[in-house]
Ligand binder design. Sequence first.
Ligand code: TEU
Length: 527
Amino acid sequence: MAEPAWWQRGIIYQIYPRSFGDLDGDGIGDLAGIAARLDHLVRLGVDALWLSPIYPSPMADFGYDVADYEGIDPIFGTLADFDALVAAAHARGLRVLLDFVPNHSSDRHPWFLESRTSRSAPRRRWYVWRDPAPGGGPPNNWLSHFGGGAWAWDQATGQYYLHSFLKEQPDLNWRNPEVRRAMYGALRFWLARGVDGFRVDVLWLLMKDALFRDNPPNPAWKPGDREHDRLLPLHDADQPETLDLVMEMRAVLDEYPDRVLIGEIYLPVERLVAYYGRDLKGAHLPFNFQLIGAAWNAANIARLVAEYEAALPAGAWPNWVLGNHDQHRIATRIGAAQARVAAMLLLTLRGTPTIYYGEELGLTDVPIPPEAVWDPAERNEPGLGLGRDPERTPMPWDGTPGAGFTTGTPWLPVGADRDVLNVAAEERDPASMLHLYRALTGLRRGSEALTLGALEGLRAEGEVLRYVRRGAGERLAVLLNLGHAPQSVAEVAGEVLLSTHGDRPGEAVPGTLPLRPAEGVVMRLAA
Ligand code: TEU
């Protein structure tokens, strides 16, 4: 077997740049603020940081509306700040991944400004323009992910343009080779600057049906549903041609050594795994979001781990995610106690883990009063619970009013629990989530079984989820109590390495292991 790549052994950490560290005091995080906190990441034991978008942007969708694919927004700093951040990260052995947003640009991008000037503009075909339907109105029934229809009328040129998200985010036309060339040029711009890879935004949405057919209704949809769309996304997502694009992108990354291609893909497992590409020449890591929104019980988690493992193509490397900037925080979804069990699950499963900033502190969603809402997903459809501000609040570094995040007024409120849940306080408390995360990453980093080993014996026994990681002469058992009652696990003899409760290292286990409610244990099994 080839030497494993860094991203196979490694742990990824997602930073939402507006909310990590604000050095210039404007209340919004910046690159210098991230650079100042790199030692936190080193001590946490992660290998790479992924930055949500930092490109010039009108911020209609907080950077997911890019106005220049080869620059840095002044709110975050300059290209020089970026180079300094990459250098500082690399000096500490940390890789840097960028968010690449290819499906749509900002409506202020010079390409779109030119595209909308006339039907014969040279860049007209860089975006998706269509005539009205024969009877008038939008060309088809496709919906925006942010509410309402996906087509915006342009009075000046008498056509509609497609926007899968906000109308300020017109979809680029990936069927146009000029678009592809320009976008691959942007990838190379950053790769040549030393960027170690990309998380590609909405990778499964890049291609649309060439005939622009209507989508059928989705029977599973309910109001306020983050899981389903109102229509089945049959014709505006996951088209057969998308795979060719993914493989083209991968080929661009392969021009440089050791780069990683990660895809944001919300699809059922059987479709998700197609994005590894033919002969694994697609995404290295199609993000696996199965743990997001999953019912938190042992039988269900055992089933979804087994189904994912079984669906992986030969040689494909797995990955696991608990949360991100679009999802309610894990501690809000399953509670503080089970969030510790989830941390142990994330860092002991087979495959690359991605940690969302603040998970290592046990942060919860922060309620945002209606007048303080920023996220367009909430503003467009208030009251449906679609807003993502609650999971994007500033990282609490200490218990001061600005939380050590800013000397100004933070753009979103810091959680009311910042007195307890902050880096400095958790540093002092050996029972904190921060110490648990460090212990878990430390255990993982030091163990071939946990990083690269096989996953065996996966099963649910009542509320206990159990599995074994085996590698290089070592067998580790992971025993997770996903319930609220004490449990006893049989057929385990060996020694406790780590408990989510922090108190049992070195404990000899004769054959039966008692587990307290919401306790997880990693044990070394006797040979
Ligand atoms: O998210 C894509 C996506 O699936 C979202 O529409 C998700 O369903 C929604 O946020 C749930 O409320 C990516 C980015 O991660 C997100 O932040 C962007 O807003 C979106 O693409 C558009 O670029």
